[in-house]
Design a protein around this ligand. Structure first.
Ligand code: NAD
Ligand code: UGA
Length: 315
């Protein structure tokens, strides 16, 4: 397969690009190295795969680049992971960054994919944030999405766009709702990278609210496995699928596991809760199991150990 991976300098996109190349696929990797976090972290992500056979990396912005030319390079599958992530920063003036990256860029890529007409799959990185404060747990894909943050609204808009190009133009789209992904190369604004760096250095950890909020944390290699399976599956797939890690735990419970894994004492400050953060996420991934044979393989303690090893190797 020849894949176009967008957001390929980011956390999930770089991990996916490396896996595809290791499997012998061609990867056209694109990213605008947005300033949301440090550029050297992103260039290090790209360097983890750019020398592998079949890799081409292009620094370009999806909102302006000639997408028809990129796709006509024989692309079979698009993995659209580019986006403006982060729930807590999506209020106020920065919302424009979210609509540009998550809605406008997605629409532009879908239009070009529809014109191209030769894709076997268009895979979109959606988010558990589309559910908001869900009515039931584990949450299934049929639950009415009710985002609780501006970020969630933009991810749901992108997801709806993929669905309507599928319905109107037979574009073979699938949107995966990722549940809080962690592991090596996780973004510096996310909880586990912050907590594990603090564990390593002895710096204090800030917990938003009581720490009793629950997340269905999902290890990045497991997410990448589902993405590659969907790219290679010859079957029609459902338009939307949850990818949840199966380890719904509170942030306080995560701190206990970090103490075990790191062998360090943690300095913990409890600060105000942040608007947009939901009380709980928990996904039912049985649709991904029946459609792709996918189930998460990595326990929280094993995944945290691998994440901590990466922190120690890169500090
Ligand atoms: P990330 O920020 O590490 O990666 C996203 C990449 O997209 C960045 O490198 C950025 O430079 C690039 N980008 C942004 N706008 C672009 C544009 N206009 N043109 C080209 N490149 C652009 O984020 P991540 O954590 O790897 O998340 C990847 C995707 O998965 C995002 O769409 C995010 O919304 C979604 N997601 C992530 C999580 C998670 O827990 N990490 C959970 C749910 C959904
Ligand atoms: C993550 C990603 O950042 C989003 O891009 C993604 O869309 C979302 O998952 C998702 O699943 O859809 P979040 O769950 O907030 O969002 O992930 P973390 O940053 O890892 O936070 C996990 C929990 O730790 C949250 O409850 C947060 O309030 C808490 N936290 C985070 C802290 O208490 N302190 C921190 O310093 C950071």
């Amino acid at each position: 397969m020849k894949a176009l991976v967008t957001g390929a300098a980011g956390f999930v996109g770089s991990t996916l690009s490396r896996r595809l190349l290791e499997q012998g696929h061609g990867v056209l990797a694109i990213d605008n190295l947005s300033s949301y976090y440090d550029r050297p972290l992103k260039t290090r992500n790209v360097e983890s795969y750019s020398a592998l056979p079949g890799a081409t990396f292009i620094e370009a912005d999806l909102n302006t680049v000639d997408l028809d030319a990129l796709l006509s390079d024989g692309i079979d599958v698009v993995f659209h992971l580019a986006g403006q992530p982060g729930i807590r920063g999506s209020w106020g003036q920065d919302f424009a960054l979210y609509t540009r990256a998550n809605v406008d860029a997605t629409q532009r890529l879908l239009e070009a994919s529809m014109r191209y007409g030769k894709l076997q799959r268009f895979v979109y990185a959606s988010s558990s944030s589309v559910y908001g404060q869900a009515e039931t747990y584990p949450t299934t894909e049929t639950m009415l999405p009710q985002p609780f943050s501006p970020y969630g609204v933009t991810k749901l808009a992108g997801e709806h766009l993929t669905g309507l190009y599928r319905a109107n133009y037979d574009l073979p789209t699938v949107a995966f709702r990722f549940f809080t992904v962690y592991g090596p190369a996780q973004r510096p604004d996310m909880a586990f990278t912050r907590f594990l760096r603090a564990a390593a250095s002895g710096a204090p950890i800030s917990i938003y609210g009581t720490g009793e909020q629950v997340r269905d944390f999902t290890f990045v290699d497991d997410v990448v496995s589902a993405l590659t399976l969907s790219g290679q599956s010859p079957k029609a797939l459902p338009p939307v699928m949850n990818l949840s890690g199966g380890s719904s735990v509170s942030v306080n419970e995560v701190l206990d596991t970090i103490r075990d894994v790191s062998g360090k004492n943690l300095v913990v400050d409890y600060v105000d809760a942040v608007k947009g953060d939901v009380t709980r996420t928990g996904g039912d991934s049985s649709l991904a199991l029946t459609s792709l044979g996918w189930a998460p393989q990595t326990s929280l303690s094993e995944g945290l150990k691998r994440h901590f090893d990466w922190i120690l190797a890169t500090q």
